[in-house]
Structures are given as structure tokens and as C-alpha cells.
Ligand binder design. Structure first.
Ligand code: ADP
Ligand code: MG
Length: 452
């Protein structure tokens, strides 16, 4: 724990989430977890393809419209985002520079013969976090291995600094915006426990002499304005880039915050992500991407990228009204342990499994509400023993499974992709008792891959 504090693996406390007088360590594993080298390399090798794909989806109005048509009839949150999307398209985009920061998450599915396969869980196109803290955890694990007399193994832990690469993307977008005076605005939460993760990215920007301000939606509502050419000002200070670390959960939006979101989207500031890219990250889009022929339409002339992308897909199923949806709903009700039921939500704790999945699906199977969900094959990784360190919790060995995330960053100016990178990774590990949830949700903890 001292090593973690020393390395900066930090989080504010639940009691005082908005003050740094007292802080604690962010939860982490005692030991690094084994990750198959081939799958780790496969995940890195496909990341630039995923960047291309997300960017292509975000520019394809027809695809987004068709894909989300049934969802927005029943899911108010997606509908509201979609309305802003249509509104800004009608008005015409004020900015041709696009900055994407995402994280594609995977688990290692264990087949009947014991071999593991890389399976994408989801791609996060807004507020993908832990690119900062993860850069600090390898130092802790290196020390632990040394203390255990395993210095050879310690030397094999990979360097990893996603925050630096994310900041590089933000800096590029800031530069293309073209105003020395303008600032980068981090759009942050009301409750800021994970501030140190964000500070890692922020510091990289200050190191490049780029000014950063931290504001909430409420601040934007109170201080934000656009000039005649839709330049965004916060109390007179011009904003070049808006980096959202908030905005993906319906609960945080009151009417004022929706108004603030619309103002940001209409503005000339580079949005990371813009509203189209946020929509490209919905579970419904993920499910439609897995339909035969869809990738070919979205990425014409990229057969190799398509093959790499498709190789990571798990089984995904539409619950839209009709025969196809009826059939898969019946299959999942009969065999719920092979599926995950997912609504259009982010942030952990929203998916349904097992008996709960069966109950909910039974209830909604003949109603339009069904279409606000998708079904996915449940991934079953091989568990391994580890110790999860969490403040004020007893230390005990747990059976754990891990989720690997690869960060992606890209910048497009008009039709030209000027930056496309995979700047680092994140490994999160949780005890197998928990079906769902990430680090922020208090379920998973930070880990470091040990390649085998
Ligand atoms: P969120 O947007 O809430 O993060 P995810 O799709 O990432 O939604 O699901 C949350 C968590 O649920 C994941 O981190 C993973 O632990 C678990 N999970 C999601 N999909 C699957 C799946 N197909 N098989 C097994 N576990 C899954
Ligand atoms: Mg997730």
C-alpha cells in the first residue's frame, strides 16, 4: 500500500470526494495477472482498426439513424442524445477537427479445449478512464515481485503510459484549433473521486504549456457562451478542446445540463468525443456491427482490418421486434447462464445475468421495451488466484478474472486522419462472484499484465 501511495496510485475517499486533504490508494491487485502474450498482441494489433471503425460510424448518418431507430423509440436517454446529434447536423458542424479517445475492453474466453480467445466486451467512446493511474501500477507490481525474490519476472513487466498518448492527441487537436490563448476544458463530474487519474493527463498538457481548466456541466450552463462564429467561451476564456470525463449517465442530466451539452456540441471547440462518436459507442451499435456485411459497408477497401476486428467479436443478438428477436429471447430465457442482457448504459452495474436476466426478459419479451436491450454471449475466462487490495477491507485470496483494455486515440482534420495510435493498456481484475462492474463501481481493481 505504501508503494502504491508512493507511486501515485491514488483516489479520493468516498467520504470526501471533492477534497484532497485526505486521499487513499486506488484498489489494486497484490500480484500481476498472467495474460497470454498472443492475445495481448492481438488486442494491440486491432486497435488502430477500431479507431478507424468508430470514426467511420460517427460519420455515417444513415447507419446511425437506421441502427438506433428502434432503440430511441423506447430509450429516452439515447433518444435525447440522438436529438442533439440531429440538431447539430442540421445546423452544420462548426468544427472539422475530430478527436477520439476510446478504450476497447476484452476478456479471454476459455474454450472447451482450454485454449483462450480474445473477445471484445465493449468499446468505450466517452470518458474512458484509468489511462493515468494504470501508468503507475506497474511500478508497484515490479516492487512486489522484487520483494518476493522475483527480480527477473519484475524486469519483464512492460512500461505503459496511456495518459501521455491521450494527452498527445488532445495537444494535437488543440494545435489544429489554432489559438495559443485557448484552453483545454476537462468536463468533470460533481463527485470527483477519480481526479488523480485525470490529473495525469492534465499534467502532460501543462508540460506542453497548454492551459487546462476543469468545469462541470453546471459551470458551462452558468458561464458558457458562443460568439457569432460559434467559438466557445467560459467567462471570456476561449476553449479549444472539450474533453468529457462525464456525460454518459442519464442521472447527471437535468434540463440545464442538457442545455449545456447542446451548447458544447454546437460550438467550434473540438469535442472529445463529439455526440456522434458517443452514439457510436452504444451497445446497440456494437450489436449491429456484428451483423454479416455491416463492417464491409462501413470500411470499404479495408478487408484486413475487417478480419482483425471481426475475430474479436463475441456472439451479439438484436432484440428488435420480429422473429429474430423472438427466437433469441426464447433461447436466453431457456438458458440464461450463456448470455448477458445489456441496456444502453455505461459505467457498470447495469447488465443482467442468470436468473435476473430470465425474469426481466420474461417480463418484457412481448413488449417494445425489449428493444432497449441487446443480448450477448457470456464470456467465460479461466479464473486465477490473486489478492485484491482495497482500503478498509480484509486481505484474502480470491478467484479472479481479468479484463484487458487497449486505449485508442485519433485525430481527423476534415477527411484526413492525422493521428491514429494505441498508446497503452489497462488491466482490471475482479473476484468471480461479481458478474458486473468496473473500478469506479468498486468491483474491479487495477492490475498489471504479466505476459505468458
Ligand atoms: P459498461 O458500459 O457498464 O462498462 P460492459 O459491457 O463493459 O458495460 O459490462 C460491464 C461488465 O460486465 C464488464 O466489465 C464485464 O465484467 C461484465 N461483462 C460484460 N459483458 C460480458 C460478457 N459478454 N461476458 C461476461 N462478462 C461480461
Ligand atoms: Mg465496460
Amino acid at each position: 500500500v505504501d508503494a502504491a501511495l508512493l507511486a501515485g496510485v491514488l483516489m479520493r475517499t468516498g467520504e470526501q470526494p471533492n477534497a484532497s486533504d485526505v486521499v487513499n490508494y486506488a484498489p489494486f491487485t497484490l500480484l500481476p495477472s498472467a495474460v497470454p502474450r498472443a492475445l495481448f498482441e492481438q488486442a494491440y494489433a486491432v486497435q488502430q482498426d477500431f479507431n478507424l471503425l468508430v470514426d467511420a460510424v460517427s460519420q455515417n448518418k444513415e447507419f446511425l439513424e437506421q441502427t438506433l431507430a428502434s432503440t430511441i423509440k423506447v430509450d429516452d436517454f439515447t433518444a435525447r442524445l440522438f436529438r442533439i446529434y440531429m440538431q447539430v447536423l442540421e445546423e452544420g458542424l462548426a468544427q472539422t477537427v475530430v478527436l477520439g479517445i476510446n478504450r476497447s475492453d476484452y476478456m479471454f474466453d476459455c474454450g472447451l479445449d482450454g485454449t483462450a480467445a480474445l473477445r471484445q466486451i465493449e468499446i468505450n467512446t466517452i470518458a474512458a478512464s484509468f489511462g493515468g493511474l494504470t501508468s503507475r501500477t506497474a511500478d508497484v507490481h515490479r516492487l512486489v515481485l522484487k520483494v518476493l525474490g522475483k527480480s527477473e519476472e519484475a524486469s519483464q513487466l512492460l512500461p505503459n503510459n496511456p495518459a501521455k498518448g491521450l494527452a498527445l492527441g488532445i495537444a494535437k487537436a488543440w494545435e489544429l484549433y489554432g489559438s495559443q490563448r485557448a484552453v483545454v476544458m476537462f468536463l468533470v463530474e460533481e463527485v470527483q473521486r477519480n481526479i488523480f487519474d485525470q490529473r495525469c493527463v492534465e499534467n502532460e498538457l501543462w508540460n506542453r504549456n497548454i492551459r487546462v481548466v476543469r468545469k462541470r456541466f453546471q459551470d458551462v450552463f452558468e458561464q458558457g457562451s458562443l460568439d457569432a462564429s460559434r467559438r466557445l467561451y467560459m467567462d471570456g476564456q476561449e476553449v479549444a478542446v472539450v474533453y468529457y470525463r462525464e456525460g454518459y449517465m442519464p442521472q447527471i442530466y437535468n434540463e440545464q445540463n442538457w442545455e449545456a451539452r447542446l451548447l458544447l456540441e454546437r460550438s467550434r471547440a473540438v469535442k472529445c468525443p463529439d455526440i456522434a462518436t458517443q452514439l457510436a459507442g452504444t451497445k446497440k451499435v456494437q450489436q449491429e456491427l456484428s451483423r454479416p456485411g455491416t463492417l464491409e459497408k462501413l470500411l470499404p477497401g479495408h478487408p484486413e482490418a475487417i478480419a482483425r476486428i471481426r475475430a474479436t467479436f463475441a456472439g451479439l443478438y438484436s432484440l428488435d421486434e420480429g422473429e429474430e428477436g423472438d427466437r433469441i429471447a426464447a433461447t436466453a430465457i431457456a438458458d440464461p447462464d450463456h448470455f448477458v442482457l445489456k441496456p444502453q448504459r455505461e459505467g457498470g452495474g447495469n447488465n443482467l445475468y442468470g436468473e435476473e436476466l430470465r425474469e426481466v426478459l420474461e417480463k418484457i419479451k412481448d413488449s417494445p421495451e425489449r428493444t432497449s436491450y441487446i443480448l450477448m454471449d457470456k464470456i467465460k475466462p479461466q479464473p486465477a488466484l490473486n489478492y485484491l487490495l482495497r482500503a478498509h477491507s480484509p486481505l484474502q485470496a480470491s478467484k479472479c478474472i481479468s479484463e484487458l483494455g487497449i486505449f485508442g486515440v485519433y485525430v481527423r482534420q476534415g477527411q484526413e486522419l492525422v493521428l491514429n495510435q494505441a498508446p497503452g493498456h489497462l488491466l482490471r481484475t475482479k473476484a468471480i462472484e461479481h458478474a458486473d462492474g468496473g473500478v469506479a463501481a468498486g468491483v474491479a481493481v487495477l492490475d498489471t499484465p504479466y505476459l505468458v
